[in-house]
Design a protein around this ligand. Structure first.
Ligand code: OGA
Ligand code: NI
Length: 361
């Protein structure tokens, strides 16, 4: 009963920050035909890769086997889910509850965090697509973006009046995800045939760590909108925690596949920097979020990226005559600049750094 009331309340009254009236499906949210989700064409696959990490704890010498499974998933999909990952369920639940509560706050209270300035370190964002003619179509979501490290920045930046529960949940959560990412980077390094600390070292000290808590309210017509437009993540590796409500879809060979929400699992997305480092062997997965009529959805994306001063390019050990470099070297800050320049348009960022076929660096 409680749940139903809550749900009804959310459906009736969600208001985006910086808007003067409750969210409704006005033309400013309606995507042009070719950008709509075409939900009847979406498939579900039995073979979405799920990797059980407890296997390693029980048989330490099985790291290689797990690394190979991950490697295969990264080559085929650029994404996988992990279960038995060691992050306590209660820490994840606390994080999700804190996000839920944050988006239940009245819009007037969230307004202070709203910003369209990409340089702002902590902000509530309503993403958009810039369509021909310069108009903006808004996404059916609100996202809270902030640093993940150093943790005291997050704590200081969150407004006093409402962040207590979020601060506490995030501090615990970030510590766990940090350890998990190190484990995953080590398995990915092994899978690429490199020393197990290769990727961690390569991404540099003081990596660029960002977190994004996403909220997707129910939508009266999910055929006309998207929660997040199709994109690849621009960092190196993303750890995503999603609520029981599904909505995430990944693209494989041009087809959209829905990603089931599995209890106590994380979705791991390979992002652009690993695609470049692996010289295209691992794919940065193209993904999007669809809306649904009945229930709101929350997720937490933890983005692990290189230090902005780090030089990124195909790893020398992975280049030979048969595998000439497909990207030029660049400083990660250059990539970020390109990313911000392309804001709101179709994202084709790593393509800017591609080398013409077979050209040496
Ligand atoms: C993202 C993202 C997916 C989700 O935040 O970049 O892709 O399921 N989120 O919310
Ligand atoms: Ni993403």
């Amino acid at each position: 009963m409680n749940f139903n009331l809550n749900f009804f309340k959310k459906m009736k009254s969600f208001q985006l920050a910086n808007e003067s009236s409750p969210l409704s499906l006005t033309p400013q949210f309606i995507l042009p035909e070719h950008k709509r989700p075409h939900l009847s064409e979406v498939t579900s696959l039995d073979s979405i890769p799920i990797i059980d990490l407890s296997y390693i704890d029980e048989n330490p010498c099985s790291s290689l086997e797990v690394a190979h499974k991950i490697s295969k998933a990264c080559e085929e999909f650029g994404f996988f889910q992990i279960v038995n990952h060691g992050v306590p369920e209660q820490i994840c639940n606390k994080m999700m509850k804190a996000i839920d509560d944050l988006f239940e706050l009245p819009a007037e209270q969230r307004d202070i965090l709203f910003s369209t300035d990409h340089a702002k370190n902590i902000k509530l964002v309503n993403y958009y697509l810039q369509v021909e003619g310069g108009e903006k179509v808004k996404m059916w979501s609100e996202c809270f973006s902030h640093p993940w490290y150093p943790i005291h920045d997050v704590i200081q930046l969150l407004p006093e009046n409402f962040g207590a529960q979020y601060r506490e949940a995030f501090t615990e959560y970030a510590k766990e995800i940090d350890a998990l990412v190190r484990r995953l980077l080590s398995l990915l390094s092994i899978g690429l045939g490199l020393e197990d600390d290769y990727l961690l070292k390569k991404l540099g000290e003081q990596p660029r760590l960002r977190a994004q808590a996403n909220f997707y309210p129910p939508c009266p017509d999910p055929e006309l909108t998207l929660g997040l437009l199709d994109h690849t993540d621009s960092n190196a590796l993303t750890v995503l925690l999603q609520s029981q409500v599904s909505g995430l879809q990944v693209n494989k060979d041009g087809k959209w596949i829905s990603v089931p929400s599995i209890p106590n699992a994380f979705v791991i997305n390979l992002a652009d920097q690993i695609q470049v480092l692996s010289n295209g062997r691992y794919k940065s997965v193209n993904h999007r979020v669809v809306t649904n009529k009945a229930r709101s959805r929350v997720s937490m994306a933890m983005f692990y990226g290189p230090n902005p001063d780090t030089i990124i390019g195909p790893i020398q050990e992975l280049i030979d005559e048969e595998h000439p470099p497909r990207y030029r070297n660049y400083r990660f800050s250059e990539f970020l600049e390109e990313f911000f320049n392309q804001q709101g348009t179709r994202r084709m960022i790593k393509e800017v750094f591609e080398l013409p076929f077979n050209q040496a660096v």
